[in-house]
Design a binder for this molecule. Structure first.
Ligand code: G3P
Length: 218
């Protein structure tokens, strides 16, 4: 399972990259706004900065909602760096744009996915990644992990190559449950990645080992 970080904060990206287990980065317009990156040129520069920190797939999202605009943005964004994956929303025009990108060698991440039916459409269009938002599904009192399991099951039956990238992850348990049901990728806030380290018995055990060493070695 690949680990992506879901942020546009360069310090968080550097901290996750330093762990040596980071495979990529996802962003979206909300995450860009959160770190104060505005304006088309600044946003493009920020994507390049991220690509220079992490050697892995970096999702860059279009803001157009029509086919021509999405294709224009897909060309511009994919030209920024070979690792850019163009993030395109799950709408009719988006599916057309994803198919165009597939046919023209541009890798895509189909975003804002909330159902297995949407997942089938994206796979048929040849999306490289599919981003179901599991935290937002949970927020609606449905089960985000069950959605991942259902999509993985369908993709395996038909041999779809689209990778299931679980997004809107809110806690470390989401990551573990995604691993159990076969997600190809998880994209997580730094806090959820760091949460995986936590276990009180690890801390207690380490303190004991160090104390015993000190007793014997001064
Ligand atoms: O990757 C999608 C993610 O950024 C959305 O997360 O927590 O706003 O649902 P959230």
């Amino acid at each position: 399972m690949k680990f992506f970080i879901d942020t546009a904060d360069l310090n968080e990206i550097k901290e996750a990259a330093a762990l040596g287990i980071l495979d990529g980065v996802t962003t979206n317009p909300s995450l860009m706004a959160k770190v104060g990156i505005t304006g088309a040129d600044n946003i493009k520069k920020h994507y390049v900065d991220i690509c220079n920190i992490v050697d892995g797939d970096i999702s860059a999202e279009v803001i157009s909602v029509d086919f021509d605009g999405m294709v224009r943005e897909a060309k511009e964004l994919s030209a920024l760096h070979p690792n850019i994956v163009v993030k395109i929303p799950m709408i009719k025009e988006g599916i057309k744009a994803i198919k165009w990108c597939t046919d023209n060698g541009i890798r895509t991440n189909c975003t804002l996915v909330f159902s297995a039916g949407q997942a089938i459409l994206a796979a048929k269009a040849g999306a490289t990644y599919l981003s179901p938002f599991i935290g937002r599904v949970d927020d609606m009192n449905w089960d985000g992990i069950l959605l991942i399991e259902q999509i993985v099951h369908i993709y395996r039956i038909y041999g779809f190559e689209t990778e299931v990238l679980a997004a809107s992850i809110r806690n470390p348990l989401h990551i573990v449950r995604c691993a159990e049901v076969g997600a190809d990728v998880v994209t997580c806030p730094l806090s959820s990645i760091l949460g995986l380290f936590k276990h009180p018995l690890t801390d207690l055990g380490l303190a004991q080992f160090l104390a015993d060493y000190k007793k014997g070695n001064g």
